[in-house]
Design a protein around this ligand. Structure first.
Ligand code: BES
Ligand code: MN
Ligand code: ZN
Length: 497
């Protein structure tokens, strides 16, 4: 979809999308088109079942008075409720309506709505961004798809008075959408395409954007003593990597914000092997690192005025003659030892070394890790909220607010000594799983916390949100890119002013 902005001029061809407010009140362009179409627009807007609520659409095909094409009414509800996120969701609905009506080219007339706090430029930019996000499709392996099954929309023009302001507002959103789409590509790719080496290569590509990328292989990680991360990769033919990505857009003296991602490119469970049903889903067990890479891409593309470092631990968890065994004891970079009671609780092993390395090497002011860490978080929260564990209230509040602003919701979960103790009692400093059955997401978080060395830290368990089997308002089904928008917003709101 080729998206452009232009000064308003009502077209007479293609699909024309016009605003309707709550109660079916026509916007300026809708009124103009109503004249051209001899009242068809007003009739459609007042027809049963259309109320003009936010995101509601109605298509009028080939109305009299237009050379060719269609009119799509876009409900925007009450102006005062139309914030950036609502505009994005409405833009996504526009995209769906256009594709549903098989439109090939479309023009969206942004002419404002009474009571809306967003400037015209912001309305245009956010509507466009929502459409752009919703247009993502992972179709590179469909070699035989019929043309009429492919989305029809080629050209999408957004018309708005003061087009320069709209383009300016859209530029950072375009960067963000690129980051989200990169994450969705990486998460969607199967394990034979994205494995530690190829994912590290994707990280390397960020150097074109001015990101300083360093890749540590197994030799270097052995020297650093990363026995936990390396243990997970032991059963795989593929080499493990740890990649650091530094974006230095803030002052020289400012300590960085660190983003740390679980990058298990495929999780079979290892010797504690998973059941075969649904195991293919474990191609997206690198969703945390995917989000970190996408966020770094977005931040660098929009030249964020902040210092941010991304660190991803990339391994494949396979069962084989060289795989680690249940009961193995590994020594982490921190010196603490872990008894691996279950080789399927591998994400925390990867993050234990990645977190320790991050605080040791970069002395960050805070660390946020993202990981598809536990099935238990899906039991607790389903797929609407990611679980958040935080050692610091201000950090937790900042992340929650960022998530709410972009529609990537977080729900804070507890941490505490009683949970922490559940890892103790074995032959090593800790076991990688707790003895009891319950609270599995919490005990996993407790293990991570032992590797943060007191640095303010938050852990986002995105096992329930990185992938969706049904479409979301802004996302087609499949990889959601969860975390990219949230991290971008968190950085923008807290470290760039
Ligand atoms: N990658 C999984 C968690 C997961 C499950 C992510 C489903 C997405 C969807 C993780 O490595 C795992 O296997 N966790 C185990 C931990 C258990 C062995 C303590 C789990 O949640 O079952
Ligand atoms: Mn696992
Ligand atoms: Zn896993």
């Amino acid at each position: 979809m080729n998206l452009t902005f232009a000064e308003p001029k009502l077209p007479r061809k293609g699909a024309i999308v016009v605003f309707v407010a709550a109660g079916g009140k026509l916007g300026a362009s809708a009124k103009a088109l109503d004249k051209t179409t001899q009242g068809a627009v007003a009739r459609a807007a007042s027809h049963d079942g259309f109320s003009g609520k936010s995101g509601e659409t109605r298509a009028l095909l080939a109305p009299a008075g237009l050379e060719d094409g269609m009119v799509i009414l876009l409900g925007l509800g009450e102006g005062k409720e139309l914030n950036a996120l609502a505009a994005r969701k409405a833009g996504a609905k526009v995209y769906q309506a256009l594709v549903g009506a098989k439109a090939k080219s479309a023009t969206l007339m942004v002419d404002g709505i009474a009571g809306c706090k967003l400037s015209l430029g912001d309305q245009a930019a956010n509507l466009a961004y929502g459409a752009r996000l919703r247009s993502y499709r992972f179709d590179r392996y469909l070699t035989k798809e019929a043309a009429d099954k492919k989305p029809s929309l080629g050209k999408f023009s957004v018309m708005v008075k003061g087009v320069a302001a709209a383009r300016k507002a859209y530029a950072p959103l375009d960067a963000l959408a690129e980051g989200v789409d990169l994450t969705r590509d990486l998460v969607s790719e199967p394990g034979n395409v994205i494995y530690p080496k190829t994912l590290a290569d994707e990280c390397r590509k960020l150097s074109k954007l001015g990101v300083k990328v360093e890749v540590l292989g197994e030799k270097q990680m052995e020297k650093l003593g990363m026995g936990a991360l390396l243990g997970v990769g032991m059963g795989s033919e593929r080499e493990s990597f740890l990649v650091t990505m530094q974006w230095s857009g803030g002052g020289k003296t400012k300590k960085p914000v660190a983003l740390v991602g679980k990058g298990v490119t495929f999780d079979t469970g290892g010797i504690s092997i998973k059941p075969s049903a649904g195991m293919e889903e474990m191609k997206w067990d690198m969703g945390g690192s995917g989000a970190v890479i996408g966020a770094m891409h977005a931040l660098a593309t929009r030249k964020a005025k902040a210092n941010v470092v991304g660190v991803v631990g990339l391994v494949e968890n396979m069962p084989s003659g060289t795989a680690q065994r249940p009961g193995d004891i590994v020594t982490t970079m921190s010196g603490q030892t872990i008894e691996v009671l279950n080789t399927d609780a591998e994400g925390r092993l990867v993050l234990a070394d990645a977190l320790w390395y991050t605080q040791d090497r970069f002395k960050p002011q805070l660390m946020i890790d993202l990981a598809t860490l536990t099935g238990a978080i899906m039991v607790a929260l389903g797929s609407e909220h990611a679980g958040m564990f935080a050692s610091d209230d201000k950090l937790a509040q900042g992340l929650s607010a960022a998530g709410e602003a972009v529609g990537e919701l977080l729900w804070r979960m507890p941490l505490g000594e009683a949970y922490d103790k559940q890892l103790d009692g074995g032959p090593a400093d800790m076991a990688n799983i707790s003895a009891g059955r319950w609270g599995g997401s919490i005990t996993a978080a407790q293990l991570l916390q032992r590797f943060t060395n007191g640095v303010p830290w938050a852990h986002l368990d995105i096992a329930g949100t990185a992938w969706s089997n049904k479409a979301k308002p802004l996302m087609a089904k499949g990889a959601t890119g969860f975390g990219v928008q949230l991290l971008d917003r968190f950085v923008a709101d807290n470290f760039e002013s």
